[in-house]
Design a protein around this ligand. Structure first.
Ligand SMILES: CC(C)(COP(=O)(O)OP(=O)(O)OC[C@H]1O[C@@H](n2cnc3c(N)ncnc32)[C@H](O)[C@@H]1OP(=O)(O)O)[C@@H](O)C(=O)NCCC(=O)NCCS
Length: 181
């Protein structure tokens, strides 16, 4: 299994991963989100990685640009969304590898903070912590009972303790429907 940046010609396979992983109800919505994000200029710079096994794409992760408004300093930030692994390939550590490789490449290119709205028992395994209690608001308010799903990770150790603010994401991801759960 290899992890590498995706290419333009792999769009269809990537959308298929999300359709299958997220299932009948959410699959079409998430596949459309990915398709639209890959064409969203306000999402740039993006990082799109695929996990490839025997020439087959079995997982995909996307990071897009985030802007931290009202922060004390200018911060380079990204948001992780979405991540999907083919159902039959789940629980083999591929999701973790995609996250860690993404974080490594983002750190190398100077990203300081990474945000995610996701499973609060999954992402802490890769270093994410609740963002709200660190003073970082999501683009839309997250209901109290889901507060722990809004998470952050710093890739530059000076940034978190010196800043707070409200996160603004790309135009496509900024639709309220993507922030309801
Ligand atoms: C969530 C997902 C990306 C994890 O990828 P993966 O390659 O299966 O994950 P890993 O192998 O790195 O980690 C597996 C562990 O994560 C746990 N895990 C998987 N899905 C989880 C979830 N929804 N919530 C919490 N933990 C989860 C597994 O139980 C497993 O735990 P274990 O190691 O104690 O057995 C994958 O299951 C998936 O594509 N799910 C459908 C789409 C989705 O929900 N995407 C994430 C949106 S936030």
């Amino acid at each position: 299994m290899k992890i590498r940046k995706s290419t333009q010609s792999e769009r269809k396979e990537i959308l298929n991963i999300h359709s299958q992983a997220f299932g009948k109800d959410k699959g079409p919505v998430i596949a459309k989100l990915v398709n639209d994000l890959l064409a969203d200029e306000t999402a740039l710079p993006i990082l799109s990685l695929v996990a490839v096994d025997n020439d087959n794409i079995i997982g995909h992760i996307l990071f897009t640009k985030a802007v931290v408004t009202r922060a004390e300093n200018r911060i380079s930030a990204q948001i992780l969304a979405p991540l999907a692994i083919l159902p039959e390939e789940q629980k083999k550590g591929i999701g973790k590898k995609l996250i860690n490789e993404g974080l490594r490449l983002l750190k190398k290119s100077g990203t300081e903070l990474v945000f995610v709205l996701g499973h609060p028992t999954y992402y802490p395994r890769c270093g994410f912590i609740p963002a709200g209690e660190q003073g970082f608001e999501a683009p839309y308010s997250i209901p109290e009972e889901h507060a722990e799903a809004w998470m952050i990770q710093e890739l530059n150790s000076d940034v978190l303790k010196k800043n707070s603010g409200k996160v603004q994401c790309s135009k496509v991801l900024n639709e309220p429907q993507h922030w309801r759960e």
